[in-house]
Write a protein that binds this ligand. Sequence first.
Ligand code: MN
Length: 321
Amino acid sequence: MSNLDRQPTPAVCGGRGFVVAEPVRELLTPRNVKLGTSTEVRRLLPNLGRRMVGAWCFVDHYGPEDIEGADGMQVAPHPHQGLQTVSWLHDGEVLHRDSLGSLATIRPRELGLMTSGRAISHSEQSPRGHGRYLHGAQLWVALPDSHRKVEPHFQHHARLPHVTAPGLTATVILGTLDGATSPGTAYTPIVGADLVLAADAEARLPLEPDFEYAVLAMSGEAEVDGVALLPGSMLYLGCGRTELPLRAISDAGLMLLGGEPFEEELIMWWNFIGRSQEDIEEARRDWMEGTRFGEVKGYEGAPIPAPALPPVALKPRGRTR
Ligand code: MN
């Protein structure tokens, strides 16, 4: 999905200053953002008080939305650089096309992983004849400096490894959880997992003490480390944990996001991640001039123009909490 905000605010992300070294329970409230004419999403990252969790730098939760007889998601071609996008559905389907010629229909609990590297563009749409409901999350992963200009590539993994315990099924989206590793390519130590809990289930997930973590609530009602979470909210958990207690009040769906704290400072603006004002200006110019980001063939309609850059300079400015 694209950041469709017409006046996107630059976010300065990364750096050790944001990271909480010990276990905490910090509830993040979402900002409601309108995408196009209908869909409303709840944006959890970047958040006023928290920009990243490991390399995870963008988290939108959308739906469940009844799109019967409607177009559903219609996001025209737009560019990305310096990041990976993860499409994750609990209901419905998304048709992905990109400038490499990829064409894929992503279904619930399948991984659509697009590595933009230096440049890519893509569109995302509810296909014709789509299902009644659309429910999912759109996540971005920042690429480290060593790999931020890799050749763009797209991966679709319909089968992902699972970890199970009584009342819990965890699907490993990215990285490794409890010895099970996703086939998705990761460029930093990271984990993403989808957690399905049956009502009344209690479980303890093994964690890496060097990682920071957060849990996004997708559906139902569950307690994470004793904190009750409702859908569309996210709990930041800090670092220094070896396990995470979970308890389901009802059948519940959660996403675990974690990783080694991302130490490089970066600038995120619109759909780009860069390391300097010049990086962002160049990306915007290249997209508007039709160079570098390629063309999404097969999409009917015009690409999304870049918004105007803010008048003030974008520069990493260290930490603000
Ligand atoms: Mn996108």
